[in-house]
Ligand binder design. Structure first.
Ligand SMILES: [Zn+2]
Length: 471
């Protein structure tokens, strides 16, 4: 676990206060057009789903470890090395670009996100946008460029990390590589993950095979204790409608809500739609429909969320009841305890529906697929982001619909690599405005102004945290 501090600073380890480090970084400005040029330049690799006339009006289909991902990784290395950064690669293909500070032996403050760009959860049609993950990595590179422009010498090293396969669309485990780094997922398990869809040769390749094929199975141990960070900051698009609706500019993210995924199996009996009276039916589809409606009611009442994204039935015939229905249930809440209450209430309600409310009765079985507890980010990181957000927002037009602050405390609704880094080093996130709340879609959009505002907050947060470090 890296150290966190409130310390005093600006001092060289030998006590000398250098001219460069005493420079007031509040005058440092992110270069918006340079930032956007780089975002779109990197998107040449894997661009897909054209939706407008401008060359930048496309989505992305850049699945982890495919050829486009290999190309953007080389692009990332070239950009980082051109600034004098040292770039290393670990056993999961995670890339670490580090710019040297005064105390070069201490763990770096990292700015991280991911360059795989597609819709998450296993899916054969990858339809991603140009900002999810991509903004965070590019913002990190832009922060380093601003430090270079100003010849700034930070207290310790500062860097950018590109995490492999965050989306989990090709290799079906979300944030798997930050998970390995944090010791939450074993290296063997991650390496052996097979891709969701077979390639042109009909074979499903593993992560390890693909890491080797594209030359990104690196020599550095994928391990937080061998490759520690002082902190991890992630700028990400909000992926929701709140900031835009309230006309605010920045989300100061305090944590991530808890979620659980289940697969529910409802078994009934396949009998004829014309000859079976209602009282004699074991209609698994009707049963599943009532369960889905009930999960929605329960989650709403508890201030949480419930979603069914997949529903399949057998045999699938117009004039026959389904004998088996499978559906997924994704439930979320900010508090672990309330999430557990939602689960229990659903369990009780589903059992009752199966037994009493669906004619002659069905059987229901639950299988838990994912259990992701609530995440609370680190106070020192949140504070650094708040201060930076306050400073950046003080220069912006006061647009908030309630006349209040342009930044807002938020809880992330989606999982991120920061959930794993938070287990091993001080971590927090910054949200940027997302047009119409749309992500995992080619039209996903964050305006150049909002990309720059988010990056400016990232810069301010990272430099504040760095200044307060004690070695
Ligand atoms: Zn993302």
């Amino acid at each position: 676990m890296a150290t966190t501090t409130n310390g005093i600073n600006g001092h060289h380890p030998n006590g000398v206060h250098t001219a460069a480090s005493s420079k007031d970084f509040s005058s440092f400005k992110v270069n918006q057009s340079r930032l956007m040029d780089h975002i779109h330049d990197g998107c040449q690799f894997g661009a897909a789903w054209k939706y407008g006339d401008d060359p930048t009006e496309t989505g992305m289909a850049r699945l982890a470890l495919n050829d486009a991902d290999k190309a953007v990784r080389q692009w990332f290395t070239t950009k980082a090395e051109s600034m004098g950064c040292t770039v290393t690669v670990d056993e999961m293909g995670n890339q670490f670009a580090v710019r040297q500070g005064k105390n070069a032996s201490a763990p770096p403050v990292m700015m991280g996100s991911h360059l795989d760009a597609d819709s998450n959860a296993p899916q054969t049609q990858p339809t991603g946008g140009r900002y999810d993950g991509i903004l965070g990595v590019n913002a990190g590179l832009e922060v380093l460029r601003v430090l270079e422009d100003n010849k700034y010498v930070s207290e310790g090293n500062i860097g950018v990390v590109n995490w492999t396969n965050e989306e989990g669309a090709r290799f079906p485990m979300m944030a798997v590589s930050s998970g390995v780094w944090a010791g939450a997922v074993s290296l063997e398990k991650a390496w052996n993950l097979a891709e969701v869809s077979a390639g042109e040769d009909g074979n499903k390749k593993t992560m390890k095979q693909e890491l080797e094929r594209i030359g990104y199975l690196g020599p550095v141990k994928c391990d937080h204790s061998e490759n520690p960070f002082a902190a991890h900051f992630e700028l990400h698009i909000e992926q929701g409608p709140i900031l835009e609706a309230e006309k605010r500019r920045v989300g100061v993210v305090k944590g991530v809500q808890a979620f659980k995924w289940f697969e529910i199996e409802v078994s009934g009996r396949d009998t004829h739609a014309g000859t079976t009276p209602f009282y004699a039916r074991k209609d698994s589809m009707l049963c599943a429909a009532k369960m889905i409606v009930e999960s929605n009611r329960i989650a709403k009442a508890a201030g949480g969320l419930a979603t069914t994204g997949i529903l399949t039935q057998e045999p699938g015939s117009i004039n026959t009841m389904a004998h088996t229905v499978h559906f997924t249930l994704d439930i979320r809440h900010v508090e672990d305890a309330v999430l557990e209450t939602i689960r229990k209430e659903c369990e009780t309600a589903f059992a009752k529906i199966a037994k009493d409310d669906s004619e002659a009765g069905c059987k229901v079985e639950w299988k838990e697929l994912v259990d992701s507890p609530a995440v609370k980010f680190h106070e020192d990181c949140i504070k650094a982001v708040e201060e930076a957000a306050e400073e950046v927002c003080s220069d912006l037009p006061k647009t908030a619909t309630d006349g209040g602050s342009l930044w807002k405390h938020m809880i992330s609704g989606a999982g991120h690599d920061s959930c794993y880094t938070n287990r091993r080093c001080p971590t927090s996130m910054i949200f940027a405005v997302t047009k119409d709340g749309i992500s995992h879609n080619p039209v996903e959009y964050c305006s150049p102004e909002d990309c720059a505002v988010g990056t400016q907050v990232l810069l301010g947060a990272v430099l504040r945290f760095d200044k307060r470090r004690k070695f």
